[in-house]
Design a protein around this ligand. Structure first.
Ligand SMILES: Cc1cc2nc3c(=O)[nH]c(=O)nc-3n(C[C@H](O)[C@H](O)[C@H](O)COP(=O)(O)OP(=O)(O)OC[C@H]3O[C@@H](n4cnc5c(N)ncnc54)[C@H](O)[C@@H]3O)c2cc1C
Length: 478
């Protein structure tokens, strides 16, 4: 609740959803998921440590749970039940049917119409053909919009970019597949559905271009441990709480609203081999073949063995945003080669030396160094995520590494306003007969259950919760 940062009048339902989600997450969420067949790894991450205030933004405890099987580990048990129902003739699946319109009669939504797209067996995440082979119309007792957010549509992101986050970057890289285009939200809007908080969004500042892309401008987000030095495009250390893994939107705001850096679309991590080996995790199921493939041997070898996990090492070798060098001068030269050539070696050296001196100071006045030590008080981080404090310039920890970090688009926090049963509302705030919304399209509940901010890892949970609520409403109604 400390993360939501206030309410405005359109948050009437969102605030109730936020509260209901927290109650669900704190009580039956885990046991309910386990009953559905979802399994969790014992690894619990400590994401989004917050802004340093006891009552402010952030996770007070590690609570980022990883399902065995990553995203598909969550979705497959549900998909299996739908497939079984389809095999029993209870469900009909209409793949390659793109909804272009809601059918509205007498104020009630009675179905959908749209375009039948040409067959395409593109793998998951790869953009598929939009060639039309015909049209369709389907009528139903109820329609549920679960069409996701707008993260794959940069034009929409720019259109709704909030003033509080400064100016949108001139270039962004994309953290979701192309089908996350927000088109269905505009279709709902045109049909009289009430959309709220469209200017609330969650994009990461630690994006790197995928050297082996699946979708256009495919970006991967680094889930960083706490030790990398974070510099702006001009080579200045970012101020607290813009530390790796602390405050996603606070950091985005800093980068986009500070006048002399807002013209740049990137910042820098400076680290060393020892840090990358333990502290770089990459988001995305294909970047975690051990967890996605439920391969315990690969997991232990990759995460506890020597060297960086293979997907991280592949980025280090092939990624266009990586510079690797044996000494700091060569590293800064490399950063200037792939950046704008404005970094001054003396500035960078001074800041690395300052930071390194504080690592050796048992008391330290450096907040990041304090955070590194605090992180190691949690056994999970000590074992898997936070490297033993050491000097970045220690030759035994080398080579040195710099990573150019760009803005990676991801989540929409606003969307279709729904009441606590998941019914979509109209402009007057009345429930629209026959229409429901769930998931990111509904702002994870009520059109923005997170408020102005969010906590890492609460998105999928909100999708599951809103989906469950809508499912139960349909059972009660139909
Ligand atoms: C790489 C990655 C990592 C993530 N990691 C995490 C994490 O660790 N924790 C977390 O909580 N969240 C995470 N998220 C976010 C989370 O996965 C999403 O918020 C969530 O999957 C959204 O689910 P959804 O069902 O609402 O929408 P989506 O999964 O986007 O599904 C929408 C579906 O609707 C279809 N659709 C859209 N428009 C139409 C139309 N007009 N007609 C027919 N079909 C249409 C789309 O094709 C798609 O199949 C991550 C997201 C990504 C991309």
């Amino acid at each position: 609740m400390g993360s939501a940062r206030g309410e405005h009048p359109e948050d009437e339902w969102a605030a109730l959803w936020g509260r209901a989600y927290v109650e669900f997450a704190a009580t039956e969420k885990r046991s309910w998921l386990e009953q559905q067949g979802v399994k969790f790894t014992p690894l619990v991450g400590w994401a989004e440590r917050g802004d340093g205030r006891a009552g402010g933004h952030g996770n007070s405890v590690p609570r980022f749970h990883l399902p065995w099987g990553t995203g598909t580990g969550i979705s497959e048990p549900f998909a299996d039940r739908v497939r079984a129902a389809a095999a029993d003739g209870l469900v009909t699946l209409h793949f390659r049917h793109r909804v272009d319109d809601l059918l509205v009669e007498g104020g009630a939504v009675v179905g959908v119409s749209g375009t039948v797209l040409a067959p395409d067996d593109a793998p998951r995440g790869v953009s598929s053909s939009r060639e039309s082979t015909g049209e369709f119309a389907l009528r139903a007792q109820a329609v549920v919009i679960a069409s996701g957010g707008i993260g794959g549509n940069h034009a929409k992101i720019r259109e709704w970019w909030p003033e509080r986050l400064g100016t949108p970057p001139a270039t962004m890289i994309t953290g979701v597949p192309k089908h996350v285009d927000g088109r269905m939200l505009d279709i709902a809007d045109a049909a009289g559905v009430r959309l709220v908080n469209r200017d609330r969004m969650w994009h990461y500042t630690e994006g790197i271009a995928n050297w082996d892309p699946i979708w256009p401008a495919h970006a991967i987000r680094i889930l960083p441990g706490p030790s990398s030095l974070w510099l702006d495009a001009r080579g200045r250390r970012l101020p607290f709480p813009a530390l790796p893994g602390y405050d996603t939107l606070g950091t985005l705001q800093h980068l986009r609203t500070t006048p002399d850096i807002a013209e740049f679309d990137y910042s820098w991590f400076v680290l060393d081999q020892r840090i990358i080996e333990k502290e770089f995790a990459l988001s995305g199921s294909e970047q975690n073949p051990d967890l996605t493939g439920r391969d315990l041997g690969l997991l232990l070898r990759g995460r506890l063995g020597n060297g960086a996990p293979p997907p991280v090492e592949a980025f280090k070798q092939h990624g266009e945003d990586f510079v690797v060098a044996d000494d700091l001068r060569a590293l800064v030269d490399g950063m200037n080669r792939i950046g704008d050539g404005i970094l001054r070696y003396d500035d960078i050296e001074r800041q690395v030396l300052e930071r390194d001196a504080e690592i050796e100071n048992p008391y330290t006045k450096d907040l990041q160094v304090m955070g590194i030590r605090n992180s190691r008080r949690f056994l999970g981080d000590r074992l898997f995520r936070t490297v033993k404090p050491h000097r970045i310039l220690d030759p035994a920890a080398g080579p040195l590494i710099a990573v150019r970090l760009r803005i990676v688009t991801r989540k929409s926090l606003g969307g279709i306003q729904t009441d606590l049963t998941g019914r979509a509302l109209d402009a007057d705030g009345s429930a629209i007969e026959g229409l429901y919304a769930a998931g990111e399209a509904a702002g994870f509940g009520g059109g923005g259950a997170h408020g102005y901010n969010a906590l890492e890892g609460t998105f999928l949970g909100g999708c599951l919760f809103t989906g469950r609520v809508v499912g139960r409403s349909l059972v009660a109604r139909l």
